[in-house]
Write a protein that binds this ligand. Structure first.
Ligand code: 26V
Length: 804
């Protein structure tokens, strides 16, 4: 590798520019400069990429493939520069060329190929696998349209298409020659061969080409480059066919097939049994498996019998779980294995991660739909189900009564989580509480059947992106204080604990947070016109909008404070800026109403001079990775207030902790593990515990209406919603919904504890030194939540793979 200087970097940029056009540099636009720098970085990457591939081909390590319908990788120029140790040089070069570095990095469109936590986790995992030198790769779909762009019109969410490929995307390479043909539908025919074995052939299938686009996954300053392979759907037609008469009549139909990679489904709250979504899942699974087996045959040259020694496939939620019957199909129909051996191989290859216990999001497919589109796969699923149920009947009589709750096919539906559990050697949850709930409640029967399969892998985040890259000031302070070794060993952030009483460090921490807040305040002003008090508490809740995440609780607290201040303008509260960002699924009416409510409260509060600037409410539109990167370094308070037992893990909680925010949260998901590490005095915990929530569900003793009748504050707020007293806009539906459903997420129940705990936050913030010490303690313990740690646990606990 070249030892770069600012001068040689600029020279390289010029060279690229010259090759691209004969324009002089003076006329370069920001976009062109972005492209030129990306090209320089790509030159650096490409050598390491081929070398990494060569080394895998030579050493033949066991490979891990992460199958996911979603990857939220964020923009790549800055992180690739960082991973090549070129970020400072690039910044300097850009400035010497007369540009603002941020303006250049902003040119990259954030690929929104995911909904939220699950997709972002996949991206952090790829980063950690490459940085830890593990041979791990991602397989996903190259949606032509990512998650919708959110625009606010009159305070309502509207959705616009996210055409992220408008400009050429510099990080992908199309590999037409490695395309794979996939067949859907048709009829299955069974024949007996002379050797007595059954043979299956298909007629009238519809064919589609899966064309790979590869994106490099660059390890942190270690020369490793792994691959994220995204499949794009294209017609199988050859050049000649394209000109034929027959093709003309197929055009309409071909077009519909290309839709398979047309767009990402935006509903992460509940499943809708959409045909196209099923096709997308099979498309991902079929293409990836063929690819994995093709590579295996090329490098290993052994029978597929040994596949489990060479390959682990981690399936990210149930979305890719059709891979299980698909592998059985390949082994039995195409490779001539008997059922038992095919099943033995399959169940040693797959590992499944569960990311939610929200029953609406547990995938089920109507039997008829699978039968129609995947007739052979349906036969295999039936066989899997048959054998599974028989196995229970004969070998586990104690579970006989549970068969209807465990069968893969039940109520005319295919239960994907059950299929995933039965077909995998490992089933993991994503935080301790979540795994416990899976083991003792949601998947209790399966856990008694396969106790050794169940395990926990608490989520993590890439500290390189979520601290080093987005918060260079803090990152530098840490490096100056404890040496930069922590970047490769994030657990060593705990060395900061020696400095929690050092005034000079705390002062610097204070300044850094202040600068970050000023930057965010400017950004907010530019974007929304709202002026926020840079000294106020930046109270942040950023995540998808869901009832269980309880953005409603947060806005109720705002309304409560507003009411208090209206009663008593001299009330002594610490000024606060409430910052929200959230997308709602387009068909999720309640969630959209909550967005409108937040915006309405914002208009009222921000426009009320009598509050003397003590409260401001900001809703930032179009939440995505890039926006998160702007907000997180400036957060003082991290809102993690889901109903206990509902948030599988959360990862935003880790990101804000790592950037020195204090958490106000329930005992849910990874909040519990955060609390256990940093101690209760450094986090604000409130509300019902998961057990209490379950007890209420069980005994039915909770009465939301009683809270409404007895708590004046809540009574007032709900009446204000009903009667349109907040901003002359009615929110009857929210009020009615919450009371008529008996408040299933305990928003009213937890309100009192929440308000009380927010008062503790208010008090604590006044003691600057103490607050800063707590902030530093949070940062010091956040290394435990680096995804490096998580991946290390997957590698040793599930994958049994070694570093290269
Ligand atoms: C659900 C569905 C339902 C069917 C339609 C497509 C679709 C796409 C996404 C999802 C979301 C599933 C679960 C999910 O994102 N869970 C989140 O995973 C995070 C990473 O493990 C975790 O931190 C969050 O707590 C959890 O909500």
């Amino acid at each position: 590798m070249k030892a770069w200087t600012v001068d040689t970097f600029i020279e390289a940029i010029m060279e690229v520019r010259k090759a691209q056009s004969d324009e002089r540099l003076e006329n370069t636009t920001a976009r062109e400069l972005y492209e030129a720098i990306s090209a320089v970085v790509n030159q650096e990457i490409s050598q390491n990429w081929s070398k990494t591939k060569e080394s895998y081909a030579r050493k033949k390590p066991k490979q891990i493939y992460y199958l996911s319908m979603e990857f939220l990788i964020g923009t790549l120029l800055k992180s690739n520069l960082l991973h090549h140790n070129l970020l400072d040089i690039s910044n300097e070069a850009i400035m010497q060329l007369g540009f603002d570095p941020d303006e250049i990095y902003r040119q990259e469109h954030d690929p929104g190929l995911g909904n939220g936590g699950l997709g972002r986790l996949a991206a952090c995992f790829l980063d950690s696998m490459a940085s830890l030198r593990y041979p791990g790769h991602g397989y996903g779909i190259r949606y032509r349209y990512g998650l919708f762009e959110q625009r606010m019109i009159n305070g309502y969410q509207t959705e616009l298409p996210d055409y992220w490929l408008e400009n050429p995307y510099p990080w992908e390479t199309r590999k037409k020659e490695e395309a794979i043909e996939i067949a859907f539908g048709g009829e299955v025919h069974m024949h007996k061969r002379t050797n007595g074995k059954l043979e299956f052939t298909y007629t009238n299938t519809e064919k589609i080409l899966a064309v790979p686009y590869d994106i490099p996954v660059v390890g942190y300053q270690n020369k490793v480059v792994n691959t994220l392979r995204l499949w794009s759907a294209e017609p199988t037609t050859t050049e000649d066919e394209l000109k034929s008469e027959a093709y003309y009549y197929q055009l309409e139909h071909q077009h519909s097939f290309e839709q398979i990679s047309g767009f990402l489904y935006p509903d992460d709250s509940s499943i809708e049994g959409k045909q196209l979504r099923l096709k997308q899942q099979y498309f991902l699974v079929a293409a990836s498996l063929k690819n994995i087996i093709r590579d295996y045959k090329k490098t290993i040259r052994h029978s597929l019998k040994f596949l489990p020694e060479q390959v682990v496939i981690q399936i990210n939620d149930t979305h890719p779980s059709l891979a299980i019957p698909e592998l059985v199909r390949i082994l039995v129909d195409e490779e001539g294995f008997g059922w038992n051996e095919a099943w033995r191989i399959t169940t040693r290859v797959f590992a499944y991660t569960n990311h939610t216990i929200m029953s609406e999001a547990l995938e089920k497919w109507p039997v008829d739909m699978i039968k129609k589109f995947l007739p052979r796969l349906y036969m295999i699923i039936e066989e899997i189900n048959e054998r599974f149920c028989q196995g229970i009947w004969f070998d586990h009589p104690e579970l006989r009564g549970k068969i209807p709750d465990m069968a893969v096919i039940a109520d005319n539906q295919i239960h994907m989580a059950r299929l995933a559990i039965i077909g995998s050697f490992s089933v993991n949850g994503v935080a301790k509480l979540h795994t416990e709930i899976l083991k003792t409640r949601e998947m209790k029967d399966f856990c008694s059947l396969y106790p050794h399969r169940f395990n926990n892998k608490t989520n993590g985040i890439s500290h390189r992106r979520w601290l080093v890259m987005i918060n260079p000031r803090l990152s530098n302070l840490i490096s100056e204080t404890i040496s930069p070794l922590w970047i490769n060993r994030p657990r060593e952030l705990t060395h900061l604990l020696r400095h929690t009483n050092e005034p000079s460090i705390l002062e610097k921490l204070d300044q850094i947070k202040q600068q970050n807040k000023e930057e965010l305040a400017n950004f907010i002003h530019k974007l929304t016109g709202i002026l926020v008090d840079e000294k106020s508490i930046f109270d942040v809740q950023i995540k998808r909008l869901h009832e269980y995440k309880r953005q409603l609780l947060n806005i109720f607290h705002v309304i409560y404070l507003y009411n208090e201040l209206k009663d008593n303008p001299h009330l002594d509260i610490t000024p606060r800026t409430f910052i929200f960002a959230a997308k709602a699924a387009p068909s999720y009416y309640f969630a959209k109403e909550v967005i409108k409510l937040i915006n309405t409260v914002a208009t009222v509060v921000n426009g009320d001079k009598s509050l003397q600037g003590k409260l401001k409410v900001v809703f930032l539109e179009n939440y995505n990775v890039s926006l998160a990167e702007k907000i997180i370094p400036a957060a003082d308070l991290s809102e993690q207030i889901s109903t206990a037992g509902k948030e599988a893990s959360g990862t935003g909680n880790m990101k804000m902790m790592m950037n020195g925010a204090l958490t106000i949260g329930t005992l849910d998901g990874a909040n519990i593990e955060i609390k256990n590490l940093i101690n209760r005095s450094n986090i604000f915990i409130f509300g019902l515990k998961a057990e209490e929530v379950y007890d209420y569900y069980h005994n039915g003793e909770y009465r939301a209406n009683e809270v409404y009748q007895n708590d004046e504050r809540i009574h007032q707020i709900l009446d204000q919603l009903k009667d349109g007293l907040v901003g002359n806009q009615e929110f009857k539906d929210i009020c009615f919904h919450i009371l008529s459903t008996n408040d299933p997420y305990f928003t009213l129940k937890d309100f009192d504890a929440y308000v009380e705990t927010q008062q503790l936050v208010d008090q604590a913030y006044r003691n600057r030194k103490k607050w800063l010490a707590k902030s530093l303690i949070n940062i010091a313990h956040s290394g435990k939540f680096s995804s490096d740690h998580t991946i290390q646990e997957y590698a040793t606990g599930i994958w049994k793979i070694k570093k290269m």
